[in-house]
Write a protein that binds this ligand. Sequence first.
Ligand code: C2E
Ligand code: CA
Ligand code: CA
Length: 549
Amino acid sequence: MKYFAVTKRNIALILVAAIALFVFIVIQINGARFADPAAVVNVGKVAFPANTIQGLLQNVVLLLAIVCACLDPYVGYLVGSLMAIGSMLATAMTAILGRNPFVIPGFAMALLTLIVINVIGYLLRRAQKNSVTDLMTGLMNQRGFLYKLEPLVKRKKGSVVYYLLNNYRAINDEYGHEIGDKILKEIGKKMQNTLGKDGDVFRIGGAVFAFIIKDGIDPVKKTAEVIDNLRNKTEVKIEGQLIEYYAESNAGVLPLNSSIKSKDQAVKYADIALINACSLGMNKYAEYDESMSQEAIEEKKTEQMIINALDKGLFYLMYQPQYFVDGKKIRGFEALIRLKDEEGKVVSPGVFIPVAEKSNLIFDIDEYVLNYVSKEFAEVVKEHEDIRVSVNISANGFCRDNFVDKVKRILDENNFPYKNLEIEITEYSMSKSVETTRRNIDALHELGIYIALDDFGTGYTTLAKLLELKANVLKIDKSIVDTIENTDVNRKFVNTIGDMGHLLNCEVLLEGVETDSQLEYIKGMACDCVQGFVWGRPISFEEAVAKLH
Ligand code: C2E
Ligand code: CA
Ligand code: CA
């Protein structure tokens, strides 16, 4: 409650206190009359004993004192208590100095009221504290955060930090909620200890926290300190079991300067900064700047579009034919994902794949594509046994532990033969988790699934890495193919890459071949297959099947 602001509650409090004070003064002014046991007060035709009226008026004061305490557990409680004490003192004085024992019940009533006011005050204060406290960590919750934030935004003082524990869900999944809750409590303590007197920690919900950092303290430096501290071991002991947790977090920092107009805006911007920090990788922070806003909004929109498309099945696939250079015979098709938005407009994968990769929705997309393609082509590849259908798998998806099991399950469910599937990966799969990637490559080879190394020539694949990837197919990127017509050196370069592919026992495929003149050069080179607009653009499933007949 704002004590000095003009709020409905404050006006009611002043009104109630003023009435009570007025009644109290009336009692005191008429004290002598009320003290006379024989005195009467005529109300209309009825004569009331004066001390009965005094008792009634005192009860009104005490009732108003309780109302004050109910209106506000701090100032109202204080005003109410003072009224009850005033009433007690007045009755005590009358009893002692006026030797009037009739007022003793009035004294007892005032004492009782004082006790009631204290109980009400205590319960209300506790309820108010609980309403701004996160019961799991004991920190203030989102309500408390917004309450504290508002005056700072007005005064443009201090900074706000939104803080996300990225790997908290993994703890919950692995050890259960009881341990998860304990760890969260420890983390909360660690955060507050690191901030010390320079700031306060709040739990906003789930694994999201917020800090309010005092004016004059460098928020970026403080945030970096918290991130670093949390990366160190956090231990909790439960039923004799010692659990170690190394937090992986991100934070968005927002100094409360003049461009922040409201607490809602502050929250939104801190969140945008956090989203940006997440896109930089684990344990990174980002300070809000205006250019982030539009980017983050667009990204959020695209993310929502992907979730919606997965839900409603708005993704579909086009298939681009791949040909053997020699004889222009069809080798197979590359499946390329497309998305129609709610208005029926086609959205390019160049727009949504990078967003999906950032948000991990790519795992769902990879699974969706694999399922879609193997269902659609299951019968076709049984009739055309040599045809290969290739599917793009993100680097993050390919190096996951359960990746091969998932592929196997999907192909089995759709009755799709392993030997007709080719998986396209990029060299980045190798840089994620070397051990798992290596294991997955071997397991896929074992099943008879082919592996193509996509976009070759755009990265920095070393010969050692190439050997490790054990690809069956080397797909030379369009940007390299584009140079074929430029100079003799370029041509020799492409040819050398092709030779290298052959040396590694790979099939060599040139991507993005657009013109007949490019084809002329390619025919004399170390190249087995081509995929490009010159011989075929991505087409529908029906058109692809028609090409096989
Ligand atoms: P990518 O895997 O390198 O796919 C080849 C891209 O080059 C396709 O673009 C294809 O339409 C285009 N292309 C093929 N031949 C030519 C040509 O002669 N000239 C030109 N200018 N372009 C040609 P698309 O379909 O827009 O896909 C773009 C990228 O999106 C793909 O590059 C791939 O990285 C990603 N992508 C597409 N589908 C999927 C998918 O199902 N899963 C995943 N994870 N990524 C996908
Ligand atoms: Ca590809
Ligand atoms: Ca490619």
